[in-house]
Design a binder for this molecule. Structure first.
Ligand SMILES: Cc1cc2nc3c(=O)[nH]c(=O)nc-3n(C[C@H](O)[C@H](O)[C@H](O)COP(=O)(O)O)c2cc1C
Length: 197
């Protein structure tokens, strides 16, 4: 897949096929892509916990669902009146089915700063896109982090920065909807926009 097409079409894929397994070789490929990302001082603090065991997936999936349930109300309130948005419906679906994702990847580190983790996650997402695999960056599990860590035998001084379901998407890829680059880019002075040539 062409690089810029992958960038344009990599987005949160929350509906994943629970019955289509992900090949271990593809997991190695996307994890290796993650390891190629930059990190502060090249310290490479990220550790990747790949959860394939059905029982552990189900347990952390349940915890994810509970964590989402405790913040869902604030998302609904922020959204205002009307039918639930597509994002809310898709987030609800993931909350109900996280544990059924064929694979769940948890990026971890002993360091307290995730700045060296999320660039690696994005590499992983792009590599997954290249292989036709869907992913979604989620973080609400951190509300239940101690319990998630207990399920996965993660030491107390190790933090978990995301819960990333991986699988073949049930939906279509489509282009991620984002604000136009000209709207969010300033030149030389904050607020000074320029029309793209
Ligand atoms: C820091 C961060 C935390 C996120 N946490 C969650 C989460 O806990 N649950 C979830 O369903 N999506 C989560 N998302 C996904 C965003 O909701 C998603 O990227 C955004 O809605 C854009 O979706 P799209 O890429 O499909 O257009 C998170 C994204 C980021 C960058």
């Amino acid at each position: 897949m062409e690089l810029f097409e992958a960038i344009r079409t990599t987005r949160a894929m929350r509906r994943l096929d629970p019955n289509r397994p992900v090949a271990e070789r593809d997991l190695w490929t996307i994890l290796e892509a993650a390891t190629k990302a930059p990190s502060g001082g090249n310290r490479q603090v990220a550790r990747w916990l790949v959860v394939t065991d059905a029982r552990r997936r189900a347990e952390i999936g349940r915890l994810y669902g509970e964590a989402w349930g405790s913040v869902r109300g604030s998302y609904v309130a922020a959204q205002g009146e009307g039918a639930p948005s597509a994002i809310l419906r898709s987030a609800d679906h993931l909350a109900a089915h996280m544990g059924e994702a064929p694979v769940i990847i948890i990026p971890c580190s002993r360091a307290g700063d995730p700045a060296s983790i999320y660039p690696a996650c994005q590499n992983l997402f792009l590599a997954a896109r290249g292989l036709g695999l869907g992913t979604a960056l989620t973080t609400v599990h951190r509300l239940k982090e101690a319990e998630v860590k207990a399920v996965l035998d993660i030491p107390e001084d190790v933090q978990t920065w995301a819960m990333i379901p991986v699988g073949y998407p049930l939906g279509r890829w489509g282009e991620a909807r984002r604000r136009p680059v000209e709207e969010v880019t300033y030149w030389d002075r904050y607020g000074e926009r320029r029309t793209r040539a």
